[in-house]
Design a protein around this ligand. Structure first.
Ligand code: SF4
Ligand code: SF4
Length: 413
């Protein structure tokens, strides 16, 4: 903790309390309360680390209501790395709060399941049926987000060129609930010329455990993934889940204080990219053809604010022939899903979602595209809450269909 304390204090001392981060913070925008802002949270953690305030419920609430979206970091003129401060605060809280209150039953069950996609898929199937069970209203309102049946993905046509290799990271929620998104990305990358391998011993990225302050569990998962992907040499490590990608890209930070793993983690993090980055790299981009629809995007805040390359999904959508891409003002802002935030704080999560949905309602797109499984669940719920018919779909599945249409049209021409 000492090194982490030093790092957190260094970041706290960088903060000049200017407040530029406040307007971009979704929770501050919701309440207007300083304690729900990045600056307020920094002040609370500082007080706790300096033993000026007790690690109690006030600080716990302030930190636990933070979405971890990192929008405050991109707005900060002083480059304050807010997440290092928040993480130090969460770890102290996790160690000081009574054991029975460390984490409630549902989040704990979910954390355990992340290393077992098959069990998670079973839970999702059970969850769909739970609509008929007498659940508490705050949980029952979330059930419609599970309304999704993955489609069978047709195999890609044989590639005509070789562009290199890529190692594919599946992600636990993505692979359990939206495996057709993963398969579509792999098929599309393979069709354009990448040789894609998916190391079988990979596991959950550890983001949920890390953000819950359970850093030892997260570090163990990070080590397992690094070892699994070292077998694929120096090839890019690609993923279709912005939240996982952000976590993978920061394994260097997660394991910085581990002398045995720090260098391996640094090399691994340098390899991490969103899968769309490989499409963008292509000298001659593939032809994508739509079906004359209006489409919109809910981007991943972790892809935009942490992993990097968050501009690529919108660029790709702007180049789809036949469809009209409608950029939303808030497309890069957090949807309120944020890992298991919508389960831990459903009221705030729904308020953040509903405010986003006002713009979606105005535009009423036929397809709402997403680049992260948490956003897919949340936006599915948002569309249902607004009684909108538009389909929520992962960008990979949409682009793969558009690619196949492009191939078909080119062959006919
Ligand atoms: S913008 Fe940066 S320096 Fe200003 S209050 Fe926020 S964290 Fe501190
Ligand atoms: S991470 Fe997001 S929710 Fe948390 S303080 Fe920063 S902007 Fe606000």
């Amino acid at each position: 903790m000492d090194e982490q304390f030093e790092k957190a204090m260094a970041e706290i001392n960088h903060c000049n309390k200017c407040g530029f981060c406040l307007p971009v913070c979704p929770t501050y925008r919701l309440t207007g309360n300083e304690l729900d802002s990045p600056r307020g949270r920094i002040a609370m953690v500082e007080g706790m680390l300096l033993d000026e305030i007790e690690a109690g419920d006030g600080l716990e609430a302030s930190l636990s209501y933070c979405l971890g979206c990192r929008a405050c970091e991109t707005a900060c003129p002083s480059g304050v790395e807010f997440h290092l401060i928040a993480q130090a605060g969460k770890e102290v809280l996790d160690k000081t709060r009574p054991k029975h209150r460390r984490i409630t039953l549902l989040p704990r069950t979910l954390l355990r399941m992340t290393t077992n996609p098959a069990r998670m898929a079973r839970m999702a199937r059970w969850g769909r049926r739970a609509a008929h069970l007498p659940l508490p209203g705050r949980l029952k309102q979330l059930v419609p987000m599970l309304d999704y049946v993955p489609e069978t993905v047709v195999p890609a046509p044989a590639p005509t060129e070789y562009l290199g290799e890529a190692a594919f990271f599946q992600g636990c929620v993505q692979e359990a609930l939206f495996q057709d998104a993963n398969q579509s990305a792999v098929e599309l990358l393979s069709a354009v010329g990448y040789q894609v391998v998916s190391p079988p011993s990979q596991t959950c990225c550890g983001a949920l455990a890390w953000h819950a302050g359970r850093s030892d569990e997260a570090r163990a998962l990070a080590r397992a993934n690094i070892a699994a992907f070292e077998q694929s040499g120096e090839t890019p490590v690609v993923n279709t889940a912005g939240g996982c990608g952000a976590m993978l890209s920061e394994y260097d930070e997660v394991l910085a204080d581990d002398p045995e793993w720090a260098e391996r983690a640094r090399r691994f993090s340098q390899r991490v990219r969103d899968w769309t980055g490989l499409l963008k790299d292509m000298e001659k981009p593939p032809r994508f053809v739509g079906t004359g629809e209006r489409i919109a995007l809910q981007n991943s805040c972790h892809l935009v604010n942490v992993e990097g390359g968050g501009e690529v999904p919108a660029q790709l959508l702007g180049n789809v022939e036949g469809d009209t891409f409608v950029p939303l003002t808030g497309q890069d802002q957090c949807c309120g899903s944020a890992g298991i935030y919508n389960i831990q704080h459903p009221d705030w999560s729904m308020r953040i979602l509903d405010s986003k949905m006002t713009e979606v309602e105005d535009e009423n797109p036929a397809r709402m595209l997403v680049v992260n499984p948490g956003c897919q669940l949340q936006m599915t719920l948002g569309m249902k809450r607004c009684h909108l018919d538009g389909q929520v779909e992962h960008l990979a599945r949409y682009l793969y269909h558009a690619y196949l249409r492009g191939q078909e049209q080119s062959a006919r021409a």
